[in-house]
Write a protein that binds this ligand. Sequence first.
Ligand SMILES: NCc1[nH]cc(CCC(=O)O)c1CC(=O)O
Ligand SMILES: [Mg+2]
Length: 353
Amino acid sequence: MAIKYGRPIELREVSRRDGTAASPALDLTIRPRRNRKAEWARRMVRENVLTTDDLIWPLFLIDGDNKREQIASMPGVERLSVDQAVRDAERAMKLTIPCLALFPYTDPSLRDEDGSEATNPDNLVCQAVRAIKKEFPEIGILCDVALDPFTSHGHDGLISDGKILNDETVAVLVRQALVQAEAGCDIIAPSDMMDGRVAAIREGLDRTGLLDVQIMAYAAKYASAFYGPFRDAIGSAKTLTGDKRTYQMDSANTDEALREVELDISEGADMVMVKPGMPYLDVVRRVKDTFAMPTFAYQVSGEYAMIAAAANNGWLDGERAMMESLLAFKRAGADGVLSYFAPKVAEKLRAQG
Ligand SMILES: NCc1[nH]cc(CCC(=O)O)c1CC(=O)O
Ligand SMILES: [Mg+2]
């Protein structure tokens, strides 16, 4: 008996209608709505669930004390001084969010052509890692590896004659990863898209004895318009010269994403990421099905901003759109999501019990 989508095909042709019935009722054997008739029934057949374990919460850092600064293009998201980041870490702990991701707004006076502040063991990110780990050693901390928060030109790598240098950049990224790992960060997440950086970072960590530090590779990261608000948040929007298309991926490609992911896995990535999220759910699904690795997606700043802005205008139900957008990642096969909605989602999940 031929089976398609779980039912014998022959059954579809069976009709109990005798042709004379005057009843307005359709003579349907199969009524998919039966399984949706009540909340308990919908819960019973539900295929995917979102839990707080699926969340990674990105925080923006800024120098100072007791400071929380609104980011205009990301309503509800703030830049935090280190002491306030510790308070948000406490909130994350209480909400059972497993991991934070840290991004610095670097003071313009500390930015230079080579992004040298990235390798300062006492930079804002390293200070925050130490402060959070001191109070809450049980929470996971992920640190981004790339030079863009630190360079005067806003690019992720070193530049010479307008070209982003690959191998020279990788050498700096290894040093950046090492200062972060030595500060106590648990997961190193290279977001720069240079070739060979995962292998070089793994080698550097292992040589230093940091064998347990994980690598989550931004393996398939696209040159995307959806990063706009993030660049406001870290202060690189105005300074960025040109675009990132010579290192970030072309939005038209998915086979290339598989090759990028395969390389990062072979170089030692423990987890892989696709970024942005919602516009690239097809890539998440292909990556998960092909490699069966822990696979993450980044619901990036522009995705957050779209939902937040529409909600603030009363154009859509913000909470429902938020929950629906996150469940979509689970459906696509993601094991977790970096999302600026993380604390709100966790609160909502807790309220639902
Ligand atoms: N390399 C830095 C980096 N790490 C994460 C994001 C974007 C995150 C977001 O938009 O939320 C970016 C921006 C970029 O590549 O320009
Ligand atoms: Mg790559």
